[in-house]
Write a protein that binds this ligand. Structure first.
Ligand code: KIV
Length: 277
């Protein structure tokens, strides 16, 4: 039986300690957030993947703080149990720690989020510390960080090469420790080899939440469009589709179009003014 109690930031540390896997999904609107919350998801993320899966952009770079706030509000209205985390978009936290503080504050004040997530390691640790010092809970995100798409030359698995350069093995461990020490309460590990994710998970005290990072993270996250089979474009190898809603929706739309054209919809049961209606 699912625990109905509200999930709060400190609960994630308790879940890691207890060995209870943390479940996280992205959501961008009221309808799906309500379904996932009622199904018992622990964390709802308004990801900057919004740019790609909702807005149709080629990368996550164009999405703005205002747009994340707009969608976060819808998700927050549906939340009863889940912890709501909002992503900090590209350039909303890199310019200065003050800027980051103002934008993160807006995600909580205007968006209704309970925490923010931001991408990066050692170089954003000071910013993470600035936010956590004023009690804005921060979830880190290292590995395949989609906001670094141009440096990486695409959405490429990280941590395969030895070394301390960006995206290299030793560096990712240092990034994880820096984010932990800066006060983050959890860390997303994206697109890294499973053995490295296991090592990082064992090497930090905060919970890790994996996506394309193998089974040994403290939790897992998927983009809802991948999980529901709603994506019309490329679906990464690590994403499992638990449904095929694109096919369902297409079938429903085709049936509706046919019935309207052949005048079998609306039937008497859908009309007012007929006998018995
Ligand atoms: O933007 C997003 O959806 C994310 C998840 C993939 C973790 O950052």
């Amino acid at each position: 039986m699912m625990n109905q109690a509200k999930v709060r930031v400190p609960d994630l540390a308790r879940m890691k300690a207890a060995g209870t896997p943390i479940t996280m999904l992205t959501a961008y609107d009221f309808a799906f957030a309500k379904i996932f919350d009622e199904a018992g998801i622990d964390v709802l993320l308004i990801g900057d993947s919004l740019a790609m899966v909702v807005q149709g952009a080629e990368s996550t770079l164009p999405v703005t703080v205002d747009e994340i706030i707009y969608h976060a509000r819808m998700v927050a209205r549906a939340r009863k149990r889940a912890l709501v985390v909002a992503d900090m978009p590209f350039l909303s936290f890199q310019v200065s720690a003050e800027d980051a503080l103002r934008n993160a504050g807006r995600l909580l004040k205007e968006g209704g989020a309970e925490a923010v997530k931001l991408e990066g390691g050692i170089f954003v640790a000071e910013t993470v510390a600035r936010l956590t010092r004023v009690d804005i809970p921060v979830m880190g995100h290292i590995g395949l960080t989609p906001q670094s798409v141009h440096r990486m030359g695409g959405h490429r698995v990280q941590g395969r090469r030895e070394g301390r350069g960006p995206g290299c093995r030793e560096r990712l461990m240092e990034d994880a420790r820096a984010i932990e020490q800066a006060g983050a309460f959890a860390l997303v590990l994206e697109g890294i080899p499973a053995p490295l994710a296991r090592e990082i998970t064992a090497g930090v005290s905060i919970p890790t939440i994996g996506i394309g990072a193998g089974p040994d993270c403290d939790g897992q996250v998927l983009v809802m469009h991948d999980m529901l089979g709603l994506s019309s474009s490329f679906v990464p190898r690590f994403a499992k589709s638990y449904a095929n809603l694109a096919q369902e929706a297409s079938g429903a739309a085709t049936a509706y179009i046919r019935e309207v054209r052949e005048r079998s919809f609306p039937g008497p049961e859908h009309c007012y003014g007929f006998k018995g209606a």
